[in-house]
Design a protein around this ligand. Structure first.
Ligand SMILES: [Zn+2]
Length: 109
């Protein structure tokens, strides 16, 4: 229990929304989970309309122009590892990996 003196409690300091872009993206829809030798990846398919910046694909080292549907993948525990891939490059990578890939939607928390 807190003592409350009843004098002007400071409760209405303005809380701006946190400018965290990642949080806005996650949770809206279809993330897949794919397992690779180096870890578990979360994989998202980006539509052209939600791609507003060009990115460099680590698979072929070429740019992915904006408004191009592509794939975003990152190691589940490491958001810093997030990369944008051409769909074809990601698929190639997935096929190269020895692990079986599978998709599940159940959140792990
Ligand atoms: Zn590529």
């Amino acid at each position: 229990m807190r003592k409350d003196r009843g004098m002007s409690p400071r409760r209405n300091h303005p809380k701006g929304r946190k400018p965290k872009h990642e949080e806005r993206e996650i949770g809206s829809s279809g993330e897949a989970i794919e397992e690779f030798a180096e870890g578990i990846y979360r994989v998202r398919r980006i539509t052209g309309s939600s791609s507003t910046k060009p990115y460099r694909c680590p698979g072929c080292d070429q740019m992915i122009p904006m408004a191009t549907p592509h794939t975003v993948a990152w190691i589940e525990d490491d958001v810093e590892s997030r990369r944008h891939w051409h769909n074809a490059c990601w698929n190639k990578r997935a096929h190269r990996a020895p692990r079986t890939e599978r998709t599940r939607n159940a959140p792990r928390y």
